[in-house]
Design a binder for this molecule. Structure first.
Ligand SMILES: [Zn+2]
Ligand SMILES: [Zn+2]
Length: 163
């Protein structure tokens, strides 16, 4: 612990002086809103995404269940061009159009890329701020186990969502 930290706190401008600094603060908040980052369990794979999501959904399909080894896949869908990837990412195809991206060191599942559409799904749990986004619907609930009761009031679809 540095001794200077207490002094820095005390030297902060009083609330009525905050006006001078508000433009900078606003810009910082905007840039935070426009990008997010995350990575795998061991930290070797990292990503940064820019801009607004295409959608944020929970997928209950068997392919997601198997690929993640989890009951469902809560993911944020982004344009592929808006996401920078780094680290030892391995790719495994779960269907002709869909490739799953994972860390080859620790095995964390991070991505589901549909290159033909130019989309990439990012697992919400891998975000540095996992509560940054809230899903807006459940899809492929025909594969959902009976013990999982959805009580969040969100729309849910037995297969792919309409549209
Ligand atoms: Zn890893
Ligand atoms: Zn799925």
């Amino acid at each position: 612990m540095r001794r200077t930290s207490g002094r820095e706190c005390r030297d902060e401008p009083a609330p009525h002086d905050g006006r001078r600094f508000s433009p900078r603060r606003t810009r910082t908040e905007d840039s935070v809103t426009a990008s997010f980052s995350g990575g795998c369990l061991c930290g070797a794979c990292r990503y940064t995404a820019h801009g607004e999501p295409i959608n944020v959904r929970v997928c209950h399909c068997r392919s997601c269940q198997k690929a993640l080894g989890a009951t469902f896949n809560a993911r944020v869908l982004m344009p592929r061009a808006a996401v920078e990837l780094g680290g030892p990412i391995g790719w495994a195809r779960s269907s002709p159009e869909l490739a799953r991206g994972f860390c080859t060191l620790c095995g964390s599942t991070l991505f589901s890329e549909r290159a033909v559409r130019g989309w990439i799904g990012i697992t919400l749990a891998s975000l540095d701020e996992p509560e940054r986004f809230t899903p807006t619907e459940h899809i492929w609930t025909s594969s959902k186990p009976a013990w999982l009761q959805l009580a969040d009031g969100l729309p849910h679809y037995p297969e792919a969502p309409p549209g």
